[in-house]
Each structure stands twice: as C-alpha cells, then as structure tokens.
Design a binder for this molecule. Structure first.
Ligand SMILES: NC(=O)c1ccc[n+]([C@@H]2O[C@H](COP(=O)([O-])OP(=O)(O)OC[C@H]3O[C@@H](n4cnc5c(N)ncnc54)[C@H](OP(=O)(O)O)[C@@H]3O)[C@@H](O)[C@H]2O)c1
Length: 249
C-alpha cells in the first residue's frame, strides 16, 4: 500500500521557515510547526494546495512536551514523515556577564535540543516506521565564528552541526542529514538590527553579494532534500553571500 508522506518544518510561522514551506509545498505535503496557529494559518495560505498541509502548534521550550505532542499528532493522523527541516530558532544577544542561565537554556532548547528530540522520535520505528529520508537543520555561520553577546547562540548552532554530522553517519544510508548555515537574512530575527541604518550599511558592505532573503535559504534547503543531493550527507552548506570568505570585512 502506498503511504502519503509529509515533511515537517519547525518554525514555519515566520521568516526562513515560512519561505521553506512555500517552496517545498510545490512538491510535498507539509506539517507546519510554530507557536501561533493564526500565523501558521497564514503560512498555509501562502502554500500550494493549502488543504493538503497540517498545522502543529507547540512551544519548543522546555523540550519535554515535544515527545507526547508529536507522537500523538503522528498516531492520531496516521502520518508518515519522510522529511524534517528544523527552522525554529531564537536569538538573544546578551553579554556573558549579563546572561541568565534560563536564557541560555531557552536558546539551547529551541535551536538545538528540540532538533535532537524531534529526530530521535522520527527514527523510532514504533513512532514513524522507516519513513524518514531527508533532514536539514537551519544552523548559522555563528556555528563557526564568534561575535560579542552571541555565546549561547553560537554554542547552540555549534551543537546542532556536531549533532548533524553524528546523525548523518549513524542514520546512513536510509537518511541524509545536512545543515544550511545562513548569514544575515532579512527576517523578523534581524529586523531590529537592520532597522539601524548605519549598522545595516556596515553589514551590507561586508557581504559581497549583499544581505540575504529567506528565499535564498529555502533554495538551499530544497536542493539538500532533493535527489540531486543523493550523495551529500553530514555537510554544512554556507549560504551567506560570501561574507565568511571576505577577509577585507
Ligand atoms: N535571519 C537571519 O539572519 C539568520 C541567520 C542565520 C541563521 N538563522 C536561523 O534561521 C532560522 C529561522 O530564523 P528566522 O530568521 O526565520 O527568524 P524568525 O522569523 O524569528 O522565525 C523564527 C521561527 O522560530 C519559531 N520559534 C522561536 N522560538 C520558538 C519557541 N520557543 N518554540 C517554538 N517555536 C519557536 C518562531 O515561531 P513563532 O512565530 O511562534 O515565534 C518562528 O517560526 C533560525 O534557526 C535562525 O537561527 C537566521
């Protein structure tokens, strides 16, 4: 019997996740995750064939609630999930001497631990059979570089990429696991930063191809999930308009 498969996108209510949803909806049925059902509904309306996509609303911090909620969703609707894109993320810029442990924990939970938790569940036979094929984590160039006030964020993305590599080895050949590492992309996350005209101009000067748009990241995700990437796993794909190779920045 042929099963209908779905791709789960966390953080689909906004920015990169919304654009990933729009682009993948051309070829896949989606489970759109976020916290706000109304904003998730807006994402669904932007997708091809809106009626085919499901909404999953859940706060990802703390991560303990994910297990029961995701397992219930899969079992209640008899879902088979073959793709997972982790776009949910949070950025709080705090100098280390002011950083609260709870803030660091929230950043680790949303950016890293929830990805581990969801992947752990999706490869469990009793939860999702052997359906999973492709996984993409939205990491960040902050995984590999530092910035003032970015300690917990950099650590969360570094952990995500280290986990990505280990999972790629462990889950091959059935499942491919890769990361996309965006540079500064115009979304709600960067809105405050980019609304400072002087800062925006300084950043634009450092990006040989200019700042990114969510569609630039979505295109990389679509490629990594496609058959064209069938021999690519365990990799970090930097999508940053050349920022990290610009030694004059
Ligand atoms: N924008 C950039 O320049 C940039 C650069 C590098 C990497 N990234 C990464 O790209 C990914 C997407 O970011 P974005 O720029 O598209 O930001 P965004 O527009 O702020 O979207 C963030 C998404 O994550 C969800 N989310 C945040 N906290 C959550 C929580 N506690 N529980 C559940 N969901 C939560 C949000 O859901 P709600 O709508 O419910 O808040 C939203 O869907 C993130 O992983 C980010 O780290 C972004």
């Amino acid at each position: 019997m042929e099963v209908t498969t779905f791709t789960l996108i966390t953080g689909a209510s906004s920015g990169v996740g919304r654009e990933v949803a729009r682009s993948l909806s051309r070829s896949r049925r989606l489970i759109l995750h976020g916290r706000d059902p109304a904003r998730l509904g807006e994402t669904r309306d932007l997708c091809e064939r809106p009626n085919e996509h499901l909404l999953w609303s859940l706060e990802l911090c703390p991560v303990e609630a994910i297990d029961a909620s995701l397992v219930a969703l899969i079992h209640d609707q008899r879902l088979a999930i073959d793709g997972f894109v982790h776009c949910a993320g949070t950025l709080k810029v705090e100098p280390l001497r002011l950083l609260e442990r709870a803030t660091a924990q929230e950043i680790m939970d949303v950016n890293f631990m929830s990805a581990l938790e969801i992947l752990r569940l999706l490869v469990r036979r009793k939860t999702n059979g052997k359906h999973l094929r492709g996984v993409v984590f939205i990491s960040s160039t902050a995984s590999e570089f530092g910035a003032r006030g970015f300690g917990a964020y950099c650590a969360s993305k570094g952990a995500l990429d280290a986990f990505m590599r280990a999972a790629a080895v462990e889950l091959a050949p059935q499942v491919r696991v890769n990361s996309v590492l965006p540079g500064a992309t115009r979304t709600a996350m960067t809105e405050t930063m980019l609304s400072d005209a002087a800062l925006r101009q300084r950043m634009e000067a450092d990006y040989p191809l200019g700042l990114g748009e969510p569609g630039d990241i979505a295109a990389a995700v679509e490629f990594l999930l496609s058959d064209g990437a069938r021999w690519i796993t365990g990799q970090q794909l930097v999508v940053d308009g050349g920022r990290t190779v610009n030694i004059t920045a």
